[in-house]
Design a protein around this ligand. Structure first.
Ligand code: SIN
Length: 311
């Protein structure tokens, strides 16, 4: 298949709420999603949608170095949510040439009111939707503390939905006893999609110095090592909610993407794989899904979603 076809093949089209994607791959939050030039490269590389780096109301420097460490099967990071502040975003979004690629702004805050305020600014900046990051495993405030409590998730989603007229996604942490309960709270509060999962809280120690490697000591694990956790979470959430699920966690190949869709994901996000495979990963995954559908005689991506739930 030609590169152009991977952008435009209609059987790869997916709709997540009111958002129309040319293919089911999205850039995951936190990777290349701050500068307009980097996001432009991702859009030109064939991503169906872009999730920005998580943005807050005010600029933030993040944690001291090192903020990233490579481990077997993945990457550990504790960036500390560095970002230029939501008001800087409009200028960057304007630099993205392919206007058909929806830009979804990932946002973080500590209170429902602040989530709503950041979301309003994001929409003013041209966001097609927002993804609420209630799942950062090492945030000083907010983060997974919110995502581990269904009542808080409900309050944050309700406040945001009341204040913005664009789709609201909620990105969940796997570090809960019952992820379906949290997903249901988000759905009941008006979320239009669930993203599962954020990174898994983890640590790596340098044996010579006997010190944790990351500046923040504790970080979040992403990459192939967490894929089975993500597949399990998507599978459980699919049984509990009716809104679309976006699978995220360790997807590198088209097979990983199809597995996530069979578990119940309508679209998938790619992050760590960019470090392993480069930006060509978006087209390779989309082309692989297309070839799989042709082999199976499927007319659209929807036919893959949730297949593993059928006997
Ligand atoms: C970070 O900026 O430290 C990562 C954010 C996240 O994992 O949600």
């Amino acid at each position: 298949m030609s590169e152009k076809m991977a952008h435009t093949n209609s059987s790869l089209h997916v709709e997540i709420s009111s958002l129309k994607l040319e293919n089911p791959t999205m850039l995951a939050a936190g990777v290349l999603g701050v500068s307009g030039l980097a996001m432009n490269r991702v859009a030109n590389a064939g991503a169906g949608a872009i999730i920005t780096k998580s943005m807050g109301l005010e600029p933030r420097r993040g944690f001291p170095n090192p903020v990233v460490a490579q481990v077997q099967g993945g990457i550990l990071n504790a960036m500390g949510l560095p970002n230029p502040g939501i008001r800087q975003l409009a200028e960057e979004i304007q630099k993205i040439e392919r206007k058909t690629v929806p830009i979804i702004v990932s946002i973080y805050a500590s209170t429902p009111e602040d989530f709503a305020a950041v979301a309003c600014e994001a929409v003013k900046s041209g966001a097609a939707g927002v993804e609420l990051n209630v799942s950062c495993p090492h945030a000083e405030t907010g983060g997974a503390e919110i995502g581990q409590n269904p009542d808080l998730v409900e309050q944050v989603v309700k406040a945001t939905v009341r204040n913005v007229n664009k789709p609201v996604f909620v990105k969940l942490t796997p570090e809960v006893t019952n992820i379906s309960e949290v997903a249901k709270a988000a759905e009941n509060a008006g979320a239009e999609a669930i993203t599962a999962i954020n990174t898994v809280k983890a640590m790596v120690i340098d044996v010579e110095t006997a010190q944790p490697i990351l500046g923040n000591k504790i970080g979040g694990l992403s990459g192939p090592a967490i894929k089975p956790i993500a597949v399990r979470c998507v599978y459980e959430i699919y049984e509990a909610v009716r809104i679309p699920i976006i699978g995220c966690g360790g997807i590198v190949t088209w097979k990983d993407a199809v597995e996530m869709m069979e578990a119940g994901a309508s679209a998938i996000q790619v992050g760590t794989a960019i470090a392993i495979e480069g930006l060509g990963v978006f087209k390779r995954i989309a082309q692989g899904i297309q070839a799989f559908m042709e082999k199976k005689g499927f007319d659209g991506v929807k036919e893959i979603v949730g297949l593993s739930h059928k006997e």
